[in-house]
Design a protein. Structure first.
Length: 580
């Protein structure tokens, strides 16, 4: 869990930048004090009665009290405190008494905020009455101070001080791996599992030129029969997130490049102004910092105004577009949290994705001289047409629109997909999927059936799936294939047809004159619901059904490879294990 403690100094510009900081630093919990106002949708920011101390949470908040608030997140109680300087010592003691009463029965505890208290214990030059009162109060909770060193947490033209403090209960403090003060530096890059790109800012022309001029190196020849080989364009698609230029696809950082540049300039001017204290150039440095801060604040306001006007203009062009989505996101409230407890997630995965003891039977080797039709350009285009541009990408993070442009400009993809069909190998990198669990509304959170699993696959692999599916349909839709009474997942057959047949049968049954010794017939409708049908289907039964339909051998081989050695990645509090 990554925690960020913020002192916003009641600044509107700082309020506008805190969401960006949370996004860039991948913060799980944000504890803020002296904030400008609540940010985000309802139940996202939990504030005190004065709206000055807040905690960024992802669950329904607890009750609020003056000058502090608290929330329970992943079993840890977070207290956010803002004790303004105007409080007398008696009022400050009363505030701490209220905090102690609220925190008395809470064991895993973090108390953080701006206490406006001075003590040499946390790096101040002197100890004042407030510092003594605070140390005595927190000692009753058996809380340890996490602040180390004498790095100031607040700076101004009049000086600096250490007033933002963090305390943790004795049982929790040993589990905290690091604690540091971020001295207003630009966020450092963090290690991520997968890159994220904003496909809406894709420069299609630039990407097309880059892909057309990019020479793909020859792929490895070893390990092809093991299913671990990625053909060269496959390997290239997995390297794009780290190689593609930002001019082609912009990262999802929010804001504009102008604001980012002004922010860096403002932070640099601030550091120079801090270093110039007591020197001849102090006034000039402070003036430069003030000017940079005004420019940044003006750019943020201008960007917000332009975005708002653009959003209003889009209403007339697309009624169901981004403006509609923005309004509906507010009406629906915050997104439901996905479970993160290691025990719960493992139990959900084991229930939704059961392991079957018997492995799929491998088909016999392809006969010598057997002809495997090459993938045609028309096949590839039809498969790409079934892929939507703005759906979530798989583990490689490459947007669907970028893959479709690459396929359109690079002929090597035809060779890759043809090689997969002829060797009967479905690349292992395309069998890795990222799991997202969506809670079903109104269901108990501890039950595995209360979650709808979504498996995110690489787009290049989904296109190969579509090519295989289109070829299988030529067999399943022929005589001796699927039953005429199967309506789901078939072209030209819908569940509406099934309902119409049921209604027609019922009407025919009761079309006679009378029930007793008449021509009317009794009619019953029996419905069955197979629990977790798709994830629990036995792969050997699928292969047997395909053989019964006389599916070509090369398709049986690629389907067998597709169903074997699949991997499911998911995230928990203890890391990201893999389910095989």
């Amino acid at each position: 869990m990554k925690i960020l403690q913020l002192n916003l100094n009641h600044c509107k510009a700082a309020r506008d930048l805190q969401s960006q900081t949370i996004l860039e630093q991948r913060i799980n919990v944000a504890v803020g004090c002296d904030q400008y106002k609540n940010l985000g949708p309802l139940y996202t920011w939990l504030a005190d009665a004065n709206s000055q101390a807040a905690i960024w949470v992802q669950e329904r908040p607890a009750r609020a009290r003056p000058f502090f608030t608290w929330a329970r997140i992943n079993g840890i109680y977070f207290f956010s405190v803002y004790a303004p300087p105007r409080l007398a010592d008696v009022e400050f003691s009363a505030l701490l008494t209220n905090i102690i009463e609220e925190a008395w029965d809470k064991r895993l505890l973090i108390v953080a905020g701006d206490f406006n208290a001075w003590s040499t214990e946390w790096g101040c030059r002197v100890t004042r009455q407030r510092g003594t009162i605070l140390l005595g109060a927190l000692a009753t909770l058996e809380a340890a101070l996490l602040n180390t060193g004498d790095t100031p947490t607040f700076t101004s033209a009049l000086g600096y001080s250490v007033i933002d403090l963090t305390f943790a209960s004795d049982t929790l403090a040993p589990r905290i791996t690091s604690w540091a003060i971020e001295t207003a530096r630009p966020p450092r890059p963090t290690t991520r599992q997968s890159c994220k790109w904003n496909a809406r800012t894709l420069d299609t022309e630039c990407l097309s030129v880059m892909m057309a001029n990019d020479a793909v190196p020859p792929g490895p020849t070893e390990g092809r029969q093991r299913g671990s080989w990625p053909p060269s364009p496959v390997h290239a698609t997995r390297l794009w997130p780290s190689q593609v230029d930002d001019a082609v696809v912009a990262r999802c950082t929010g804001g504009t490049s102008e604001i980012a540049d002004l922010r860096r300039s403002c932070l640099r001017a601030r550091r120079l102004a801090q270093r110039a204290r007591g020197r001849p150039n102090e006034d000039a440095s402070q003036a430069c910092y003030a000017s940079a801060k005004r420019l940044l604040r003006a750019a943020i306001k201008s960007s917000k105004r332009l975005c708002w006007n653009k959003l209003c203009d889009e209403v007339n062009e697309d009624v169901w577009g981004k403006p509609y989505e923005t309004v509906m996101s507010r009406l629906r409230g915050p997104r439901a949290n996905t479970p993160s407890s290691s025990t719960l997630v493992r139990r959900i995965v084991a229930a939704l994705f059961p392991r079957v003891p018997d492995k799929p039977a491998l088909p016999p080797p392809l006969q010598t001289g057997a002809i495997v039709p090459a993938v045609t350009l028309e096949e590839l285009r039809r498969a790409c047409g079934r892929i939507k541009d703005h759906t979530a990408p798989g583990p490689d993070g490459v947007p669907n629109s970028a893959i479709k442009i690459a396929i359109a400009t690079h002929p090597d993809f035809l060779q890759v997909y043809t090689a997969c069909l002829r060797t009967g190998v479905f690349p292992a990198c395309w069998k890795r999927q990222r799991l997202v669990l969506l809670p079903k509304p109104g269901k108990p959170p501890e039950e595995p059936s209360s979650y709808r699993p979504l498996c995110m696959l690489d787009t290049a692999g989904k296109i190969l799936e579509r090519i295989i599916c289109n070829r299988l349909e030529a067999t399943t839709e022929s005589p001796g294939g699927l039953s005429d009474h199967q309506y789901g997942f078939r072209n030209g057959q819908w569940t509406i047809n099934a309902i119409e047949n049921v209604i027609a049968t019922a009407r025919e049954a009761i079309a006679g004159k009378r029930w007793y010794r008449g021509t009317k017939k009794y009619c019953a409708v029996v419905t069955l619901d197979v629990k977790n049908a798709f994830n629990s289907a036995r792969w050997n039964n699928i292969n047997t059904a395909l053989r019964r339909m006389r599916t070509p051998e090369y398709l049986l081989r690629i389907v067998g490879s597709y169903l074997s050695a699949r991997e499911l990645d998911y995230d928990t509090d203890d890391g990201g294990p893999t389910h095989h």
